[in-house]
Design a protein around this ligand. Structure first.
Ligand code: GLC
Length: 739
């Protein structure tokens, strides 16, 4: 439809139809409790007529179901306006890819774009129109369960991944097959919840908000994200879903964003929980004044807007503006011309787990896994050795991680034992589970079973002891032990904040028993978040952090263990020594007094080191690289100029490899305190054995901009240090002067 036709349609709608367009229903309205549940529904008894006027629905899955609901809706809607079908497709639809945090460790936006595209291809024929992804909240506290959904601690890297995901989902025309609309979330700064507490308090200065936490949302908006989702949290006591300064002054007026803003699940209603509104009407007023367009699964607009319009507290212009954005979104999706879009049950079955997607899923495992330690180059394994594979993840097929309950796969994933035996049938390998994933003594007090996952806890002490004994027996006679251990595959994502970030006690007991009889331990670590693996790392020769790698986890991990693929991931979130260091991140501000006074006044702790166990950007591979002299093309840089940074890198190892070259800057003195390092560039470079390549970056004054005390985005004259290397721990630098 043309814009003119949309306006005509808008003007023809009744008031009730307009309010309906702003309402998102949960699939449970149609399918009761056998639908997917991702939030607490209000038990609103809408009339059939009200249901038939709703603009969108969440959590209806399956092309047949979607066709049935859509056909009925179009028939019964007074203007036959189609609904939008939305779902959380966080890291794959039929083909489960590595979690977003894992994907960010690839430092490969092209990979993230490909994964988003393949997810859209599978979801599109299944009848879905919108995914609630990418989540781009900056996360620096491993206690928060949702760090798995983001791209870690750094704004620059997260921005690149956000842009890639949006382009991958949406392509260049949302009316085309193989596309779904992106919805960047959770606006804003949900990842900064105090102490990682789920739904916790956020309190960041506007300067830090703009400097560190908003850039990744803006990158997604600038890439064209069709929707943006408001966050549950308040910032400084102002609920994000009703924050006019955030949603209007910054998002709409400063950024010029005119996409559809949708709330998180019931987050208009949640303003009541923040103690900021007393009823639906007050919540509706705050949200509508903040230009929130779609209310997800609560009914404050439905119940509050009629009266607000009657009293003139809300104008029809405000309502019309919101409704028009919803109609424009439907128009972008081509729903007026093609109301069933590309929903096709037969084609969906063909497309799910297609070869391109499955090959990508396997390739992604090594690109997202991070080799944290590899003493004596124990990896890759030697096939002729006697190897014991021990741990619950040797036999676990579900290595998907959180937000995978919607998986519409038709191919069942395999486990590590199956794949090893198939690939190396003649070899002397032994396999022992050693323990269940969780024991009865885990400090898990509660878990949200509504997300379709139930947790089992090993309560049989005898069975627990016998499994460990069998594992120890196998370890005693092995040359090398591969321990496949980690967090429970479902204890991650929303409602999975943890005060203890250790691996489950039952698995640590297993690990310690095995480590007592064999020193050649390779740990394959499964996690949603950085864990406290200080003791495990000390007692292991290698730690391969695979996160949750998805449907081709077993194949991808075995490829790496035996060297058919090399891990090339780099950490995008620091691994703390202990949970007491959280939140922890590389781009700390220079608060250390010791250079000025004396070393005893150094920042940090008296009982723990200041730096993490493993830092941002860290990761090994199966060869080594040597960095040459850093060169800058000029000593001063002015407005309108560029400066070239170059460095030679040699592969001095025994095999070809991929290096992730990282460029950081430090603005030594400025009108506000600037971080010790800030990532401003990265490149994946393939370097053959013995080869030297020259890697170049360009810097401009714009790369050195920041928000000053007046919240102006500026750069200031002065010394800028430039670091180029394999991780954020680089110390060597060269300087130039901004003039
Ligand atoms: C949840 C999550 C959000 C998700 C939405 C819909 O509560 O906060 O990330 O997209 O509800 O499931």
């Amino acid at each position: 439809m043309t814009e003119k036709q949309l306006i005509e349609l808008l003007n023809d709608l009744s008031f009730e139809e307009k309010i309906g367009e702003l309402q998102q229903l949960s699939g449970r309205v149609y399918f009761g409790d056998d639908g997917i549940i991702t939030g607490v529904d209000s038990n609103e008894n809408l009339t059939e007529q009200e249901v038939n006027r709703s603009g969108s629905v969440i959590n209806v899955v399956g092309p047949d179901k979607i066709l049935k609901v859509q056909k009925n809706h179009i028939k019964n809607h007074p203007h036959h306006i189609p609904m939008i079908f939305m779902l959380d497709i966080i890291h794959g639809f039929g083909t489960s890819f590595p979690t977003p945090l894992a994907q960010s460790c690839s430092f490969d936006p092209e990979l993230v774009k490909e994964i988003a595209h393949e997810s859209a291809v599978e979801a599109c024929n299944a009848g879905l129109h919108v995914t609630f992804s990418p989540m781009v909240d900056i996360c620096r506290d491993a206690r928060w369960g949702r760090v798995m959904e983001g791209s870690g601690e750094d704004p620059y890297l997260s921005s690149k991944m956000a842009e890639a995901a949006v382009l991958g989902y949406q392509g260049d025309d949302l009316s085309k097959e193989g596309t779904i609309a992106a919805c960047v979330k959770h606006f804003a700064a949900y990842g900064m919840v105090e102490a990682g507490r789920e739904y916790g308090t956020v309190d960041t200065s506007e300067r830090f908000l703009r400097q560190y936490y908003l850039p990744s949302y803006k990158a997604a908006c600038d890439a064209g994200s069709a929707l943006l989702m408001t966050a549950f949290n308040a910032n400084g006591g102002v609920p994000s879903t009703g924050d006019k300064h955030l949603l209007v002054d910054i998002l709409r007026d400063e950024w010029g964003y005119n996409g559809a803003v949708i709330t998180d699940y019931g987050s208009i209603r949640s303003m009541y929980s923040h103690g900021v509104t007393k009823n639906a009407k007050e919540s509706a007023k705050l949200a509508m004044d903040a230009q929130v367009d779609i209310e997800m699964c609560s009914y404050c607009y439905h119940n509050g807007l009629p009266e607000l319009v009657k009293t003139g507290e809300i104008s029809m212009e405000q309502i019309d503006r919101a409704v028009l954005r919803v109609l424009q979104l439907k128009n972008k999706l081509g729903l007026f011309e093609n109301p069933y879009r590309f929903t096709d049950a037969k084609k969906s079955l063909e497309v799910i787990n297609n070869k391109t997607a499955m090959d990508l899923a396997q390739k992604a495992v090594s690109k997202t896994s991070v080799l944290l330690k590899n003493e004596d180059k124990i990896l890759p394994l030697k096939k002729e050795e006697k190897i014991a594979f021990i741990g619950p993840y040797v036999y676990e097929n579900d290595m998907y991680g959180g937000w995978s309950i919607r998986n519409q796969r038709k191919v069942e994933p395999r486990n590590i034992e199956t794949v090893v035996k198939e690939k190396y049938p003649q070899n002397e390998f032994v396999f022992e589970q050693g323990s269940e994933l969780l024991g009865a003594d885990e400090p898990i007090l509660k878990y949200d079973r509504a997300r379709g996952s139930t947790l089992e806890f090993e309560a049989d002490a005898t069975a627990r002891k016998q499994k460990i004994e069998k594992a120890v027996k196998a370890a005693k006679t092995a040359d090398t032990v591969v321990m496949c251990i980690g967090e429970h595959t479902k204890v991650g994502g929303e409602l999975a904040a943890k005060a203890y970030i250790d691996i489950p006690k039952i698995q640590k007991e297993l690990f310690d028993a095995v480590a007592a009889v064999n020193k050649n331990i390779v740990v394959v670590l499964f996690d949603h978040r950085p864990l406290d693996i200080t003791d495990i790392s000390k007692k292991s020769k290698a730690v391969l952090n695979v996160w949750f790698p998805g449907i081709k986890a077993a194949e991808g991990i075995v490829d790496m263990l035996f060297g058919d693929a090399a891990p090339t991931g780099r950490l995008t979130m620091s691994f703390p020594y202990t949970v007491g260091q959280c939140p922890i991140y590389y781009s700390q501000l220079p608060t250390d007094h010791s250079p000025v006074i004396e070393s005893v006044y150094a920042t940090g702790y008296i009982d723990c080191q200041l730096t993490p166990l493993y830092s941002f950007g860290e990761g090994l591979t199966y060869t080594d690289f040597e960095y040459g002299e850093l060169k800058l093309s000029k000593e001063t840089l002015s407005q309108g100029e560029t400066l070239t940074v170059s460095i030679d890198i040699k592969n001095i190892g025994e095999r070809d490899g991929v290096e992730t070259v990282q460029l950081y800057i430090r603005d030594i003195f400025a009108s506000v305190s600037r971080p010790l390092k800030e990532l401003k560039g990265f490149k994946k470079v393939e370097i053959h054995k013995g080869e030297t390549v020259t890697v170049e970056f360009t810097l401009t004054p714009e790369d050195c901009m920041f928000y000053n005390t007046q919240l102006e985005y500026v750069w200031e004259p002065g010394e800028i240090q430039v670091f180029v290397g394999p991780n954020s721990k680089i110390e060597k630098f060269k300087s130039f002067e901004l003039v």
